[in-house]
Write a protein that binds this ligand. Structure first.
Ligand code: PRX
Length: 688
């Protein structure tokens, strides 16, 4: 060992945000100029307008939260008793970190709790889904469907029988790649009914994203649409599926069946024997299909999300705990009540977890109609959402800060034109909300009459984990306030020690909760490494946070190489891999940067190979190239060409510096390990 070269100095520790300002984020969240310290307390009038409060005061919240932490089995056993189970549990919880089993030994079916139960209880005629299509007819009105629980049960049963007729059985994974049509919710519930897991792929993803997910899930059946309407254009879903199936065949994976819903009537290719038209196959089935008795821990779905490596991970959610937690959080957070005239609208796409939990699974068991909208918020005009709120008399409206910032930009006159008096509760999700957007939402949409619930959660958590309760929690713009029942959330240092108020650190959850992820599909080690290793025995959310003097949580943004673009999660490495697969690119580094509308924009630093020169045309080509791999969401907002990337002596790209460069901040960070100071100087000077 005498000749061994000295070990390189350690790389800087992973970023933990300095927590002086709630808006200072490591990963480029939109920066806030407004300091807003007002507290907005819900009143008895709010509760009365909602038909009564499920949790009416902070004293009640504290007492119930304390009990849920001290006696989780007693607490969740009582909550779960409100659902229908085919066989009861023997234990509420078995926990051996990181493995949780909830409602051990019980069987149920989430589809039964979302549909059959209401029909059996005599509510089959009530509306379960209100769907609105994007295009407007010649008379200016869009297509609207009101689907009752009875109708939904019939169509779900037919779809379930159709899947069975293709050989789908319990334990298989069915891929759903569709637009926002009722048949997407129907197909999800049909899978759940027969015990097949679904993997929904967001319709904005291109063919290569389908390939990765289908392969990882070993899925052999895809349900899709000919196309999806988006801003007056047809997104060619079936064409993307055909392309993916060909790419999969080249990797020896056969997709045996493809069910195609004809929605946009665009021309599509057809492979006889493999492709089946929804209206023919599903339409020919019986409307009787018994629910499979699912073990509480049987897989309900996989949902792929980005992590800090290049490959998206398939988050596993199981049946019983997910069912109980999503429906219960929906009820408690939004104060949703059956029979109280509530109409709930979450504007997310079902391709993301928000749509899974809070358009379909968490809402339908509550027997409140859930609105599904097919298209864009600004089609054909910027007031489409407000027109819809008025048309459907929406009482609960749930959207993302990025959308709110877009509405602000489009102008106050759009909501002002419509009658928004039906609204009673507003929600946000997906990224930190800047106080400007919060106040605008409160005043222009809520007319100062509606509590705003800023719900913090993740694909992995399944449901809200830190959130106000509509009728109980005083809110402060920008804070997601307090942990939900059963959630033992804390801000800790690397050793798991809880930090004092107003000190930034790692957001963790120290106890299991019913809808927590049960793993990453096919990758046990990654599950352990990502969530359970950095702070031993605690779930690491991957966000920086602080608590204020009241104990309220302030989320500071991701601490890993994940960025949150318009509320959509993207791994910087995914974008980098897409960039370096372009012939001109030798190396690329991607970081988040503040963006007025998206919250976080994508900044790419790119070094080119010999024979390639920086140009606007090359930038455009790189943007298109990335979009072809990851979809339009991943297009970089800023591309800077650079001779080399700043690296530590051990060769790691210094992303902190790049973040500062991208944000136009002068870095005060320690650069002693920087390999070549000139690189940084050049990047700062290069204002491409
Ligand atoms: O960074 C946090 C941010 O979104 C991440 C989770 O992304 P995803 O799994 O795609 O789920 C989004 C919808 C649940 C989190 O790690 N995030 C989500 N909600 C909030 C938030 N950041 C701040 N405030 C929120 N309310």
């Amino acid at each position: 060992m005498a000749n061994a070269t000295p070990a390189p100095p350690p790389d800087p520790v992973p970023y933990i945000p300095p927590m002086s300002s709630p808006a200072a984020s490591p990963n480029g969240n939109v920066e806030s100029l407004l300091k807003e310290d007002r507290v907005f307390a819900p009143s008895a009038a709010h509760a009365a307008a909602l038909g009564g409060a499920f949790c009416a005061s902070m004293d009640e919240y504290r007492a119930r939260h304390a009990r849920s932490i001290a006696d989780p089995e007693g607490f969740w056993g009582e909550v779960a008793a409100d659902f229908e189970w085919f066989t009861p549990w023997t234990r509420v919880l078995e926990w051996s970190a990181p493995d949780a089993k909830w409602f051990v030994g019980a069987t149920t079916n989430i589809c039964h709790n979302a549909l059959d139960r209401h029909v059996l209880d005599g509510h089959g005629h009530e509306v379960g889904i209100i769907w609105e299509g994007e295009p407007k007819g010649a008379n200016g009105t869009p297509e609207v469907k009101h689907l009752s629980y009875g109708e939904l049960l019939d169509e779900v049963s037919r779809c379930a029988n159709a899947l069975k007729s293709l050989g789908v059985k319990k334990g298989d994974v069915v891929t759903l790649y569709m637009g926002m049509v009722p048949e997407l919710a129907i197909a999800m519930l049909a899978c759940a009914r027969i015990g097949a897991a679904h993997s929904v792929i967001f319709g904005g993803f291109p063919a290569p994203s389908i390939v990765d997910r289908v392969l990882d899930a070993s899925s052999r059946v895809i349900v899709t649409c000919d196309g999806a309407w988006r801003r007056g254009q047809v997104v060619p879903l079936k064409k993307n599926v055909d392309e993916a199936i060909a790419l999969l065949a080249a990797q020896n994976h056969t997709v045996e069946h493809c069910i195609v819903l004809h929605r946009t009537k665009n021309e599509i290719a057809w492979t006889a024997g493999r492709d089946h038209a929804w209206h023919e196959l599903v339409g020919a089935q019986s409307a009787e299909c018994a629910c499979e008795a699912m073990d509480s821990e049987d897989l309900l779905f996989l949902l792929y999300t980005s992590g800090s490596t290049g490959k998206p991970k398939g988050i596993r959610h199981t049946t019983g705990g997910y069912m109980v937690y999503t429906a219960y959080t929906a009820q408690q957070t939004f104060n949703l009540r059956a029979g109280a005239g509530h109409v709930y609208w979450c504007t997310a796409d079902i391709g993301w977890v928000t749509g899974h939990s809070y358009i379909v699974y968490g809402i339908m068991p509550n027997r409140v109609p859930t609105v599904m909208y097919e298209g864009a918020p600004n089609w054909p005009a910027d007031d489409r959402f407000w027109e819809m709120v008025a048309r459907h008399r929406v009482t609960h409206f749930y959207t993302a800060p990025t959308a709110i910032r877009a509405f602000m930009k489009w102008g106050d006159e759009h909501p002002a034109k419509h009658d928004l008096s039906s609204l009673k509760v507003l929600g946000t999700v997906g990224e930190p909300i800047n106080p400007e957007a919060w106040i605008w939402y409160h005043e222009k949409i809520g007319h100062a009459q509606c509590p705003i619930v800023d719900t913090f959660w993740q694909t992995e958590t399944g449901g809200h984990v830190i959130t106000p309760l509509a009728c109980a929690t005083p809110t402060v713009p920008g804070s997601c306030t307090l942990p939900f029942f059963g959630i033992d959330a804390a801000v800790v240092d690397e050793n798991g020690h809880e930090l004092p108020a107003n000190t930034g650190g790692l957001l963790v959850i120290r106890k299991p909760w019913p809808s927590m992820l049960r793993g990453i599909h096919g990758d046990r080690q990654r599950f352990i490494d990502t969530y359970w290793s950095r702070v031993a025995g605690m779930y690491l959310a991957g966000d920086g946070a602080r608590r204020d003097d009241r104990g309220y949580f302030w989320i500071m943004g991701r601490i890993d190489d994940v960025i949150n673009v318009s509320g959509h999660r993207l791994g910087t490495m995914e974008v980098e891999s897409a960039l370096v697969s372009h012939e001109a690119v030798v190396e690329a580094a991607v970081v988040g940067m503040p963006h007025d509308i998206k919250g976080t924009g994508i900044a790419a630093f790119v070094s080119l190979g010999p024979g390639h020169a920086p140009s606007e045309a090359l930038k455009a080509s790189l943007r298109e190239h990335v979009s072809g791999f990851l979809g339009p969401i991943a297009k970089p907002d800023m591309i800077r060409f650079t001779q080399a990337l700043p690296k530590t002596r051990s060769g790691k790209i210094m992303r902190r510096l790049l973040r500062d460069v991208a944000a136009g901040r002068d870095s005060k960070q320690d650069t002693t390990t920087l390999e070549d100071f000139n690189v940084l100087a050049a990047l700062r000077g290069n204002d491409e």
